[in-house]
Design a binder for this molecule. Structure first.
Ligand SMILES: Cc1cc2nc3c(=O)[nH]c(=O)nc-3n(C[C@H](O)[C@H](O)[C@H](O)COP(=O)(O)OP(=O)(O)OC[C@H]3O[C@@H](n4cnc5c(N)ncnc54)[C@H](O)[C@@H]3O)c2cc1C
Length: 618
């Protein structure tokens, strides 16, 4: 039996990779250590959040599944940063973990060209630096033309709770014992990272009356353009705080913390610190906030967001019982830390294929990232590229000005990461351009050309694009100071017009938006709400968008200057040693990527440009 693509792992990267391969006609096999871990959310019961929401909208625009699954099992959701500009608006949905697993599994099971197998892949077999097969723990050899590794937090993983350690995956799932050494033998550099999760407590043992309820917002959009159902709030989260007693307990037990005893060797996520880390690093803070989040609608388990720790279980109980409203809480699952192997992502091309072995792609936590959304984003690109390469079509490399996925992958393969990498809006220099609300305009065509987006959805996007182009002409129209226009302005506390003004000029007024304007003047009646949303942003942020466009045009030139794959940096004069070594290692595909490699100076880029010109390579 030979496959086109074998995907190793049924987490958030594996799901997207397998569906991308199978839905574009590749004979695909998805392997997992346990079918019950398909789409498992080992940590926070939520999808999206700051910058992570952007990734989910982008996965959806490319034809991926994460957004659609999340929409079908959302308990409550909010648009974060709504008071700020549209660039940082980020949707976050609390989801039902069991339903997420069920829907993901059902979707995979009912996908043509896709088979699912519960098996541990213990070895990747190669010939002449090219993948030919995988081997399972039962000794079965499965031939394949490509492999997508999406092994997450399971590679030689172990969990730590105080002095207790156990070779295990999350939540008692088995870990993968053998693949790390195989990857080492194949020349992959292996790193050791760590992450942690909080305790789960029984809802019936919490005094919810003392907590601040955090209600969802039913006017928020679905993640997926393909989701038909209207969202309804069916649950909520609660906000609480630690206190000085909690901090005292933690300080008094730091000697029992595996983190501070050095038992934990793996490097943890800076932006997702454990509670002991917060108490030590921010000792001036009298309290830290935490959220009580439902794990699902059919369970009493509550996730205590913000209190991840690896302190001993008895200390965990003291910590929980010291917090107001949790004095009698029953801990159903202990908090724990997990260490796991991952690879040095600078060994990958921007297509996520390994540089030194053809046909091996890597996606998700194995590349040093942390987060379901980061994993899903890499999974869809790796799966699509494995399929595109087998179909002799151009693979996808998204630019930093095109998508958060482009920023994510470029950071990984150009700079690498020495701690779990979490996506943030501050990482995206062109964030005003790559917002959640225009992900479909930026990426649907790419998904359509790759064969993952249907013609219907592609046409829907084109219709929206046409509406925006037409609407932009109306924005440039001049309105006379008619009674209706004056009424619109005065009713919204704005001063009257003295002479004519362009529609977009009116929209720049703080209290006027396109919805209020259209209610009065009906200039945009024929356009859909998502077209109006775009026109409103285009009018209000015109100046900033133009500045961003100039910046993009400035850097775009260097992105277009391609560097031959087999270029010999040793024969180049004017390059400093450090730059020569870094360029040799990363082998950037264009001048733009070369300029982002740490240790490569503008002078080195000049030397490289001169070399490319002298040898008629540009
Ligand atoms: C304890 C814990 C805490 C976390 N905390 C956070 C957090 O605070 N914030 C955050 O953003 N993210 C957090 N995460 C990370 C988040 O869970 C992951 O980022 C995300 O699940 C990664 O998705 P993935 O697809 O790369 O891998 P995973 O979801 O880990 O899935 C890996 C899959 O690979 C399979 N597999 C592995 N090896 C093999 C093999 N050899 N053969 C066959 N199958 C194999 C497994 O069965 C599994 O299906 C946490 C994870 C854990 C476990």
């Amino acid at each position: 039996m030979e496959y086109d693509i074998v995907v190793v792992g049924s987490g958030h990267a594996g799901i997207e990779a397998a569906l991308a391969g199978a839905r574009t006609g590749m004979k695909t096999l998805l392997t997992t250590l346990n079918l019950d871990s398909i789409g498992f959310l080992p940590c926070n019961p939520s999808i999206g959040g700051t910058a992570k929401g952007h990734l989910v909208f982008e996965i959806d625009a490319l034809g991926g599944e994460m957004g659609r699954i999340a929409d079908q099992c959302t308990i409550t959701r909010r648009m974060l940063n709504e008071t700020k500009g549209p660039a940082v608006h980020s949707l976050r949905a609390q989801v039902d973990k069991s339903k997420y697993h069920e829907i993901a599994k059902k979707t995979l099971e009912n996908t043509e060209n896709l088979s699912i197998l519960q098996a541990e892949i213990t070895e990747i077999l190669t010939e002449d630096q090219k993948v030919v097969a995988v081997k399972t723990h039962l000794g079965e050899i499965i031939k394949t033309k490509a492999v997508v590794l999406c092994t997450g937090v399971y590679l030689s993983s172990r969990i730590i709770i105080g002095s207790y350690t156990q070779d295990s995956g999350p939540n008692g799932f088995m870990n993968a014992k053998n693949l790390s050494s195989c990857l080492k033998n194949l020349g992959f550099k292996i790193l050791r990272f760590k992450t942690g999760t909080p305790m789960r407590i029984d809802k019936n043992t919490i005094d919810l009356s003392v907590f601040e309820p955090h209600l969802g917002d039913e006017s928020t959009p679905n993640f997926s353009k393909r989701t038909k159902n209207k969202f309804k709030n069916i649950g909520q989260c609660y906000l609480g705080y630690t206190n000085s007693e909690t901090h005292e307990i933690i300080r008094n037990n730091l000697d029992k913390s595996p983190l501070y005893q050095g038992i934990i060797k793996g490097i943890g996520p800076r932006y997702c610190p454990s509670i002991e880390d917060k108490v030590v690093r921010f000792s001036d803070k009298p309290r830290h906030q935490f959220f009580l989040e439902p794990e699902g609608t059919q369970t009493n388990e509550i996730y205590v967001q913000g209190i991840s720790t690896s302190l001993p279980f008895d200390v965990q109980k003291q910590i929980v019982h010291s917090m107001k409203g949790l004095e009698n809480a029953w801990l159903m699952r202990p908090a724990y830390a997990i260490e796991y192997d991952c690879i040095d992502s600078t060994q990958l091309k921007p297509t996520l294929e390994a540089k030194h072995i053809e046909g091996i792609y890597c996606a998700g936590q194995i590349n040093g990232t942390s987060g379901y959304e980061e994993a899903g984003a890499q999974g869809i690109i790796a799966g699509l590229n494995a399929s595109l390469k087998l179909r002799n079509m151009e693979q996808i490399v998204l630019k930093r000005n095109q998508a958060y996925i482009g920023v994510l992958i470029d950071d990984l393969v150009t700079k690498g990461t020495n701690e779990p990498y979490r996506m943030m809006t501050s990482r995206a220099e062109h964030r005003l351009y790559i917002r959640q609300d225009n992900a479909d305009l930026r990426l649907t065509e790419i998904g359509y050309k790759a064969g993952l987006v249907s013609k219907t959805n592609y046409n829907k996007m084109l219709k929206k694009k046409t509406g925006i182009e037409e609407g932009q002409k109306i924005l440039k129209k001049t309105l006379s100071p008619s009674a209706l226009v004056q009424k619109l302005l005065t009713e919204n506390g704005e001063t009257e017009l003295k002479t004519g003004a362009k529609v977009k000029t009116l929209l720049k007024r703080a209290n006027i938006d396109i919805y209020k304007l259209n209610e009065k003047l009906h200039l945009f009646d024929k356009y859909s709400p998502d077209v109006l949303e775009q026109l409103n942003i285009i009018a209000k942020y015109e100046g900033y968008i133009e500045i961003q466009q100039e910046q993009i045009e400035k850097t775009a030139k260097n992105e277009e200057i391609l560097i031959p794959e087999n270029i010999n940096y040793k024969e180049m004069s004017g390059l400093r040693l450090e730059a020569r070594q870094k360029l040799e290692k990363i082998r950037p595909i264009n001048l733009g990527q070369a300029s982002r490699i740490s240790g490569v100076s503008p002078a080195d880029i000049t030397a490289l440009t001169i070399y490319l010109k002298k040898n008629n390579l540009i």
